[in-house]
Design a protein around this ligand. Structure first.
Ligand SMILES: Nc1ncnc2c1ncn2[C@@H]1O[C@H](COP(=O)(O)OP(=O)(O)O)[C@@H](O)[C@H]1O
Ligand SMILES: [Mg+2]
Length: 428
């Protein structure tokens, strides 16, 4: 059968790579894909991004299953469009994707359904937002309501920072870097500051049932020891030891199941990958930091490297509503991925640097591509996060060594990467 993956990042390369392993899958198209999906003879790039044209392509090619990687097309309703055209697609509808595309929606939803999360209030009026900070003190967390590609959250340690963030998000809106406002214009969510360790808890949902994927943890800051600016993610590993069996059970019973039941009861059942960003406190109580309506990048790369089951089968069950029949098998080893980013990332990533020294693909060692493209027969950088060197090992330490061994052969001018991916798990 033929499948289609929508997107162009490392997450989509990993999805396509794993789908291609299924004996039931003959062809995997990736739209638009990247230099890595182009180089793989089992994958085929399709230079289409317009949803209508993609649906035409899926109909013409008789695509059995389309999987949507990133949040932007989901929030814009690509799943609604494909379904209306009778196409099988895995992902949430536009209405269900609000769990990610509106932080205010997600917080109000969690409050209605008693799902553990930080206390919050949301404001469109700057004076009221400033007053909230004055009466609650710091640390405090200020979030822009719409999709912001990881740039819409300020964890303010001082009152000045909090006030500045409010002005930036509500008053100085002309200066905003890519925050997409929802209906009603600029809005901020102000949250209580939660203490603990974060983990990514991702499930596959068919609207009623959920199957959890292996747990993971990513590293958001650019530099070693979690210093420097926030990024889309500089590395990740799976499993995340902070998610003990007890934390796992609580996350399923107190967060995932009530979320799926609540979304169904409200007439917007959630189908797709549901990602709960958890903050786990010292007592092992998880709270929801945020929901994403898709897989994480780079968490997907180590997670899928550990998945032994057939991804195509899993997603067919998910689109048939039969996930209650599925049990997933996982490699017991740890998988760890280290991102190599371009010169100037995250503020102003440079493009066009030639990449050399890529190792051959293997089942336990893969370099997934993100910001790469083929230019006159040469692989060059074309985006902020360029590659993610991902490998398995019998311990976090060994997986880390294996991933860095892969990475050390790769060269491009200005490459940036962290040397300490996995340090929290190694410390434990
Ligand atoms: N209530 C909170 N308490 C403490 N830290 C938080 C809180 N909310 C968010 N953060 C921190 O900010 C990061 C980004 O926030 P998040 O809601 O995940 O937004 P996004 O991923 O859309 O940028 C989180 O990963 C976490 O480190
Ligand atoms: Mg987040």
């Amino acid at each position: 059968m033929k499948t289609l993956v929508v997107g162009s990042g490392g997450r989509e390369h990993a999805l396509a790579w794993k789908l291609a392993m299924s004996p039931k899958v003959q062809t995997v198209f990736v739209a638009p894909g990247n230099g890595g999906t182009e180089a793989d003879p089992k994958l085929h790039n399709v230079p289409i991004t317009d949803f209508g044209a993609l649906a035409d392509f899926a109909q013409r090619e008789k695509i059995a299953l389309t999987v949507v990687g990133p949040e932007a097309p989901l929030a814009a309703g690509i799943v609604d469009l494909f379904r209306a055209r009778g196409l099988r697609v895995f992902g949430p509808t536009r209405a269900a994707a609000q769990l990610e595309s509106s932080k205010a929606f997600a917080k109000e939803f969690m409050q209605r359904h008693g799902i553990p999360t930080a206390k919050h209030a949301s404001y469109t009026d700057p004076a009221a937002a400033h007053a909230h900070v004055d009466s609650n003190g710091v640390p405090i967390v200020i979030k822009a309501d719409g999709l912001a590609a990881g740039k819409g959250v300020v964890v303010a340690m001082s009152a000045a920072e909090a006030h500045e963030a409010i002005d930036w998000m509500l008053v100085d809106t002309a200066n905003q870097l890519g925050v997409q406002h929802n209906a009603g214009g600029a809005r901020v969510v102000i949250e209580e500051f939660l203490v603990g360790e974060e983990a990514s808890f991702i499930v596959v949902s068919d609207g009623r049932h959920a199957v959890s994927l292996a747990t993971s943890q990513d590293h958001k800051r650019l530099l070693d020891h979690d210093q420097g600016p926030n990024t889309g993610g500089m590395g990740a590993y799976s499993p995340a030891p902070v998610v003990t069996p007890n934390v796992h059970a609580k996350a399923m019973h107190e967060i995932i199941q009530p979320t799926l039941a609540g979304m169904a009861a409200e007439g917007t059942p959630f189908t797709g990958f549901l990602y709960a960003g958890l903050m786990v406190d010292d007592h092992g109580q998880p709270r929801t930091v945020e929901f994403n309506c898709r897989l994480g990048d780079p968490e997907t790369q180590p997670i899928l490297m550990r998945l032994k089951s057939d991804l195509f089968d899993l997603l067919m069950h998910a689109t048939d509503g039969t996930l209650d029949q599925v049990e997933l098998k996982w490699d017991r080893r740890t998988a760890l991925g280290v991102v190599m980013a371009a010169h100037g990332y995250p503020l102003a990533p440079r493009k066009g640097d030639a990449i050399t020294g890529l190792p051959p693909d293997a089942d336990d060692a893969m370099v997934f591509h993100a910001g790469t493209t083929m230019q006159d027969g040469t692989l060059v950088t074309s985006g902020g996060r360029v590659l993610c060197a991902t490998a398995l090992g019998d311990s976090v330490k060994l997986a880390q060594q294996h991933a860095y061994d892969l990475l050390h052969g790769i060269r491009f001018d200005g490459a940036q990467y962290r040397r300490d991916i996995g340090f929290r798990a190694i410390k434990r």
